[in-house]
Design a protein. Sequence first.
Length: 493
Amino acid sequence: MPEKVRVRFAPSPTGSLHIGGARTALFNLLYARHNNGKLILRIEDTDTERSTEESTLQILRSLKWLGLDWDEGPEKGGDFGPYFQSQRLDLYKKEVDGLLAEEKAYYCYCTPEELSQRREEALKAGKPPKYDGCCRKLTPEQRKKFEAEGRKHTIRLKMPEEGQTVVDDLIRGRVVFDNSVLDDLIIVKSNGIPTYNFACVIDDNAMKITHIIRAEEHLSNTPKQVQAYLALGYDIPQFAHVPMILAPDRSKLSKRHGATSVEEFRDQGYMAESIINYLTLLGWSPEGTEEIFDMEKAIKEFTLDRVNKTAAVYDVKKLTWINGHYMREMDLGYVTEQTIPFMIKKGIITEQESKDKFDYIKKIVEVSRDRAKTLDELAHTVAFFFKDVTEYEEKGVRKHFSKENAVKLLTLGADALEKLDHFTHDKTEETFRNITADLGLKAAEIIHPTRLAITGRTIGPGLFDIIVLLGKEKTVERMRKAVKWIGARHQSY
Ligand code: GLU
Ligand code: ZN
């Protein structure tokens, strides 16, 4: 029976979860689910200076918000915990002691200054700037002397000096590294804490990880880790290095390209489902040309051989397009729930109102969601349902309020709507059409100024949908207010 698939996402909590990390987590999850395996979440917090609790919480929050549920790890537990590297130091120590006893590892007393000096000298002499292995053969006396001097030590793993380390990467194929370029790997830092490359190997083995799916930037670490596996006598898992994500200008994606963290996207009004869909296609291609891939469908189709070998280029326009799609197509109640926090944040409604008027808000979202690409934009465009119109879009004023007919039609429209008993879409529309038909005008002549009067804008959902949802009283009131406003404006000319 083939081994049960176990993959892991192993973030370092030194900042928020970025889209690159989220994509790595997603690919791991898709691979795990596709293969009926398990996703393990491990927090790599051995860099005590840069790791923070706040980052850990933020990463967990982002993963949960995206729906990237792990099977074992923080908050979940599991048989292979603890899942924080900072709580696994004893385990690392045991392995270090074993390597030292077997003389596969050794103490290195070189100071950072000495190391950099020797590196420079090597460079000058045209040699590779590699650790020269000078502490490999220290005698017990020499060691004692260094200790007596109060020198600190790191612990290094002896690397083979000849031959090659071959990585059969599931995405990139065979990658060959010359062992001659490998430095004797520091496995324990001078502060006694193991390095990433070492702790990672011990944990991946201890947690029975079968496939290491991670960012391409770690590919250069892989031969070092493979050597650590060999030294420790562990089975080597399969590796799959996912190509980089580049900015549209093909430079490294960074802050200056706009939002990069998952929480920033969330706050800008992107739905988790859209981000997942977008990230699924960022470096992975399905068989067909379809762009809409929800998680369920992605799980069914995801295989590593369809992960691209070349870098993926990040494109916020595509994400926005996908987001618009999900906003239109997803369950109305769900989209409404997602929009409400943005409305509250903008002061359009209160928390209490969001509960009391939920069904009303839902109807508003129903008629408005086609036009918005983000939840934030949607919240912005529905504000007029709750807030009085205090200004009119300037270009609309010029186009629709300056015509002679505007005052006349708005007045006729308000008068007629006021008398209407059945305030429905069809009745209000019929009323407006009758008014313009009687005057030999097109319906647009009344529709445009009315829209501007009751929403303050020139574009938006269907006018009669708005009128009905806004209700007779507010509609009429706003139309009359616009009439006054136009009058006052003309006087002041
Ligand atoms: N802690 C590493 C990182 O955040 C994980 C690398 C790996 O997946 O092996 O990049
Ligand atoms: Zn040394």
